[in-house]
Design a protein around this ligand. Structure first.
Ligand code: ZN
Length: 361
């Protein structure tokens, strides 16, 4: 099918995003082509659009992807046409000292689909079979595309090395914050207290199992949070926001021996003030968590147990990308459906398939 074209959402450098027709990609021997059905967008995508994370462009963005396999290379072993899969969106060099010491997520030449390689906000995407994971039967693609954030949260929990029966404070109840609340609940952290300024997100935090939620605009929030631990402060603290101020607040409410996880993605030039004496005296640990090393399989296994339907998923057609990105930062999760276009150019109220659409003028 030489010359076949497809719709794709391409980043052209800050702040430009364009819906365009580009050639439909073909598989090679070890790869599969998928038709993305649901692609989640998150703060990392927003950082790219804001010009805060430089990437090569033009680039098809989208890294939280679930879709159906529609073409398989002749060397593909496990997958078949029609399989519903999610994509672990990274490619590692396999040659650097990090790859060769079992820490490939720290690879010096890491490439991510949707950032350095073509992502999922398109009618089709080609990936190596090794990064495509079969989803459980009957799962909704909108839930399936959340495997990526779930896998990152599982790595975060691994990094935190939690101990059941001890307290956790989480800053931020966005979708990742909510997944972390649920994972913390599953491993027996108690109490789980959340700090979140938006009322919609505070409600969501309760749905995912928070014991209490405080509003940081309330001048008493710290006292209220401490009161819930019998004034013992927190043994585990997670920054699921990504900000210098949150890290400072997090360090200020730690118990002795506490572990503080920096999970949210802060702007690259954001800088915190920390007190080394307190870190010494209280024997604090400040831990990072980057992406999802070997946690994707576990994320697929856990996917149905996390209550992800409570995330209030808001769906947008491929050509509604401006509205979709505009909706980031509010409660819930934003998902784009790359196989459909919006109703705006159609009168009967139904979505239409991208393949029935003409290029925009
Ligand atoms: Zn490497």
């Amino acid at each position: 099918m030489d010359g076949e074209m497809m719709w794709a959402l391409l980043y052209h450098g800050h702040p430009e995003l364009r819906l365009e027709k580009i050639p439909l990609p073909e598989v090679d021997s070890a790869s599969v082509r998928i038709r993305p059905l649901a692609v989640g967008i998150d703060g990392t995508d927003a950082h790219v659009l804001a010009g805060e994370f430089p990437i090569d462009y033009p680039r098809v963005i989208g890294h939280e992807v679930a879709g159906v396999v529609d073409q398989v290379g002749d060397g593909v072993i496990n997958l078949r046409e029609g399989d519903l899969v999610c994509i672990e969106p990274h490619k590692y060099c396999g040659l650097c000292r990090y790859c060769r010491t079992g820490r490939e997520h720290l690879c010096l030449d890491k490439k991510a689909f949707g950032f350095h390689l073509e992502g999922g906000l398109a009618e089709a995407m080609v990936v190596p079979e090794r990064v495509a994971y079969l989803l459980p039967g009957g799962i909704d693609p909108e839930i399936g595309c959340l495997t990526e954030p779930v896998s990152c949260c599982i790595h975060g929990m691994d990094q935190l090395e939690t101990v059941s029966g001890m307290g956790l404070l989480i800053f931020g109840a966005g979708s990742a914050g909510c997944i972390l609340i649920k994972l913390a609940k599953l491993v027996g952290l108690t109490p789980i207290v959340v700090v979140e300024p938006q009322s919609e997100r505070r409600e969501m935090a309760y749905l995912f199992g928070a014991d209490d939620v405080v509003d940081p605009s309330d001048g008493e929030w710290k006292n209220k949070a401490q009161g819930l631990t019998k004034n013992a402060d927190f043994d585990f603290v997670i920054d699921a926001v990504g900000s210098s101020q949150v890290l400072e607040d997090a360090l200020s409410i730690t118990a002795r021996g506490a572990r503080v996880l920096v999970f949210g993605v802060a702007p690259p030039n954001d800088v915190s003030r920390v007190n080394p004496y307190q870190i010494f005296r209280k024997e604090l640990s400040i831990i990072g968590s980057a992406i999802n090393p070997f946690t994707f399989h576990r994320a697929v296994e856990l996917l149905s147990s996390l209550g992800l339907e409570h995330l209030a998923i808001r769906k947008f057609a491929l050509d509604e990308y401006n509205a979709a990105f505009g909706g980031l930062g509010r409660g819930g999760k934003v998902v784009i459906t790359p196989q459909v276009m919006s109703t705006t150019r159609r009168k009967d109220g139904d979505y239409r398939k991208t393949k029935d659409c003409e290029p925009p003028r």
